[in-house]
Design a protein around this ligand. Structure first.
Ligand code: HH2
Length: 261
């Protein structure tokens, strides 16, 4: 899943693709690099980010969505807002990626009647405040229980099981230690009966581990992605599609080594 941030303030690429034509060009580049799916986001959820009014978010998002809907690649929309969800589905989005796990009022109803996929993510708190001393007893068990509950709520609202994707939410109300424990314990999240999406690309935990800024976290991002896939992640949400595909090609070749001459 290639990330397309149509925002002025995303933590890594904020402002690089903030207007429609550069966002579309970036998306087309990611498709050329082999993205199977694109995630379009028009509101940053980085720690400390302030919410954007839904009309502004929609005004950033919809022209890009319209320009890409014939691209042949399914389009996911990263939003917390039911009004944006509905507008995106009307314009042909295939998936709603909600870092709020469809807990906002009206969010579940906005997607239930459609046939779109949904991504339900774990977050502790809200982006503005989520990094203010998050605490867990057992982070892996708590995230797993939360995702089990949200998937059940989605099923109860009429969302079929094969439309549901779950995500432990790396960096959303978690310290570096929490994120590393979650990465190591990802298998137990993947053992739930839903595909698991993982977003670790260029995140600050990788900066803490390596001492590097967002622009220098490519190697750490590829390593983290591969560790997640080894533990069963089905979808990896990344800024760097070509490098990610190369790493996955090495893994695939290793797994198929016996059948290669
Ligand atoms: N991470 C970000 C945004 N959306 N969605 C899911 N499902 N999982 C994630 O881990 C995830 C996400 C943050 O990354 P980015 O979009 O690059 O930054 P920003 O929120 O600042 O735009």
């Amino acid at each position: 899943m290639g990330v397309v941030n149509i925002t002025p303030d995303s933590f890594y690429d904020g402002g690089r693709h903030a207007d429609t034509s550069s966002a579309v060009a970036h998306a087309e580049r990611l498709i050329g690099e082999g993205a199977d799916l694109l995630d379009l986001g028009a509101e940053s959820t980085r720690p400390g980010a302030s919410p954007v009014p839904w009309r502004e978010e929609a005004a950033r998002l919809l022209p890009v969505l319209r320009a890409l809907r014939e691209s042949g690649v399914p389009l996911s929309v990263d939003t917390l807002k039911p009004a944006v969800m509905r507008a995106a589905l009307d314009e042909g989005a295939s998936m709603i990626n909600d870092v709020g796990a469809l807990m906002a009022e009206g969010a579940m109803q906005a997607v239930a009647g459609d046939d779109c996929a949904v991504c339900l993510m774990h977050m502790r708190g809200e982006p503005r405040t989520m990094q203010e001393s998050p605490r867990y007893g057992d982070v892996v068990a708590e995230v797993r229980d939360f995702l089990t509950g949200r998937a059940r709520a989605a099923r109860d609202a009429g969302i079929e099981a094969d439309r549901i994707v779950i995500d432990p939410g790396f960096g959303f109300g978690k310290t570096v230690a929490h994120n590393m424990r979650l990465l190591n314990g990802l298998r137990s999240v993947c053992d739930l009966d839903y595909p698991v999406l993982v977003g670790l690309s260029r995140k600050s935990s990788l900066g803490s581990v390596t001492g590097r800024g967002p622009d220098e976290r490519l190697a750490a991002s590829v390593a983290a992605m591969l560790l997640a896939v080894e533990r069963g992640a089905a979808i990896v949400r990344v800024h760097d599609v070509a490098e990610t595909r190369d790493a996955l090609a090495v893994r695939a070749a290793m797994l198929q080594a016996d059948s290669i001459e």
